[in-house]
Design a protein around this ligand. Structure first.
Ligand SMILES: Nc1ncnc2c1ncn2[C@@H]1O[C@H](COP(=O)(O)OP(=O)(O)OP(=O)(O)O)[C@@H](O)[C@H]1O
Length: 235
């Protein structure tokens, strides 16, 4: 893959601080179109901050960030389906009402697709959010985000709180789903072992910057698994 040809995301020496805390430091990375790329790294590495900037929810202090051929920002954010870290849904909604809400207000929301995802994630239309477990709500948030026809999906810790067996099933469903669609997908996760078969690329971050990035197949061939790479870098 020629990763420099028309990438979905290109970050060039990004910086972002919150007060005195520099969350992202001279971060450069490339995400090829139609790839499923993992963003991996320890707590506080700057992964969420990077994703927030891609989704147009935070602006870099300096550096250049190009998303789908344009400078990251508001007009780009409509083409990005973004699932923030620790996302919650309205407690009084049922699954069905959440889908209705998305259909009314979100560009490219595919109701039929949402129904299929609810089915495969074990969510009934009548379930109320206030009565859901953490993992059920996480599945709902993921399904609602995946049901959007956006060219770029940015999922910040979408598997957090979902049990291991369900996670493996969801990963299987995602592999099928992404195989059919021509989306670019960026996913941050701490659950590397169960999810690594999803990824064809990985970006490893630490202390606000990229410490390693490359094709998953090559990294696996050289070092066994993405989990092994993670251990070598941060263990
Ligand atoms: N709104 C904020 N205000 C102040 N500091 C922040 C804010 N958001 C993030 N930070 C700081 O920036 C750094 C990077 O945080 P970020 O959430 O991007 O890391 P992360 O890699 O996503 O971490 P985790 O894996 O724990 O979710 C951390 O030191 C964090 O404390």
């Amino acid at each position: 893959m020629n990763i420099t040809a028309n990438p979905a995301i290109e970050a060039d020496r990004l910086n972002k601080s919150y007060g005195k805390k520099q969350a992202v430091k001279r971060l450069s990375a490339v995400v090829p179109q139609h790839s499923i790329t993992a963003v991996l790294g320890p707590n506080g590495a700057g992964k969420s901050t990077f994703m927030r900037m891609i989704a147009g929810q935070a602006a870099p202090d300096d550096g250049r960030l190009t998303v789908l051929g344009r400078t990251a920002g508001q007009d780009v954010s409509r083409k990005v389906a973004y699932l923030p870290d620790r996302a919650r849904w309205y407690a009084h909604h049922t699954v069905e009402q959440a889908a209705q809400w998305c259909e009314r207000l979100q560009t490219g929301f595919d109701r039929e697709r949402a129904r299929e995802l609810f089915d495969s994630f074990g969510l009934d239309a009548g379930m109320k959010v206030s009565g859901m477990s953490k993992g059920q709500e996480a599945r709902l948030m993921l399904a609602l985000c995946l049901a959007r026809e956006a060219p770029l999906l940015v999922l910040d810790e979408p598997f957090s709180g979902i049990d291991m067996i369900s996670r493996e099933k969801i990963v299987g469903a995602l592999i099928d789903a992404f195989g059919e669609r021509m989306q670019t997908v960026l996913i941050s996760t701490h659950e590397i072992a169960e999810t690594e078969s999803l990824f064809d690329r990985a970006i490893f971050m630490d202390q606000g910057t990229v410490v390693l990035e490359g094709e998953a197949e090559r990294l696996r061939a050289e070092r066994g698994s993405l989990q092994q790479v993670y251990r070598q870098l941060f263990g």
